[in-house]
Design a binder for this molecule. Structure first.
Ligand code: HEC
Length: 176
């Protein structure tokens, strides 16, 4: 999988720092007609803001670990521990999913319909995908934010070029 983009850390995180205008052009929003944009649904806006914050936090941590600890286990091992703890504590669910179709992990291929749709969208060049699932108090925001090989170490361990698409972080959190 080759892209011409060579994203910086900020551009990578910035994939999600999209405005309402950009959000409306993003794929996989099944009911955009009644969901509306920013402002119409404050609970949805709060969930989106939480995803933005988490995305910046996780990605900054993963890249920092990759840069500062040049040997040993990949940063994803730490990310997986943190994802697990957040899920167990009932805060949110997050998972690193492959979109390259050549995953290093045995359990990182897309598993759900949303993850499959998000992987396809990332391969088409999207950097953010979201869907709203459930009704009323069970409403949940499903979001996927792109993860390219943003550092030379990512590229060399994954056997791709710097900047190539590796996958995405899939978030699921309650809308409340
Ligand atoms: C030292 C080797 C190594 C480095 C460096 C590394 N990774 Fe990985 N990466 C792995 C391994 C191993 C897995 C599978 C982990 C698992 O599922 O248990 C993985 C999994 C992933 C996945 C899920 C898809 C897949 O291939 O299974 C993504 C996305 C990913 N890494 C992104 C990155 C990014 C971004 C960086 C750089 C910031 C990076 N990796 C650096 C080894 C590495």
């Amino acid at each position: 999988m080759t892209t011409t983009r060579r994203p910086t850390l900020l551009a990578w995180i910035g994939g999600l720092l999209a405005s309402a205008a950009l959000l409306t052009t993003m794929v996989a929003r099944p009911t955009s007609a009644d969901e509306g944009g920013e402002g119409d649904d404050p609970a949805l806006d709060r969930a989106r803001a939480e995803v933005k914050m988490l995305d910046a936090l996780y990605k900054t941590a993963v890249v920092s670990i990759t840069e500062r600890y040049q040997r040993g286990q990949p940063a994803i091992m730490v990310a997986k521990d943190v994802f697990g703890a957040m899920d167990e504590l009932g805060h949110h669910s997050a998972r690193l999913v492959d979109a390259s179709q050549a995953p290093l992990g045995e359990q990182t291929s897309p598993e759900t319909d949303f993850e499959r749709r998000a992987a396809e969208a990332m391969r088409r060049g999207e950097s953010y995908v979201e869907e709203v699932a459930g009704e009323g108090p069970d409403r949940r925001l499903l979001a996927a934010t792109v993860v390219p090989a943003v550092h030379r170490r990512c590229a060399s361990c994954h056997g791709v070029e710097e900047g190539d698409l590796l996958g995405f972080i899939r978030y699921e959190l309650p809308i409340r």
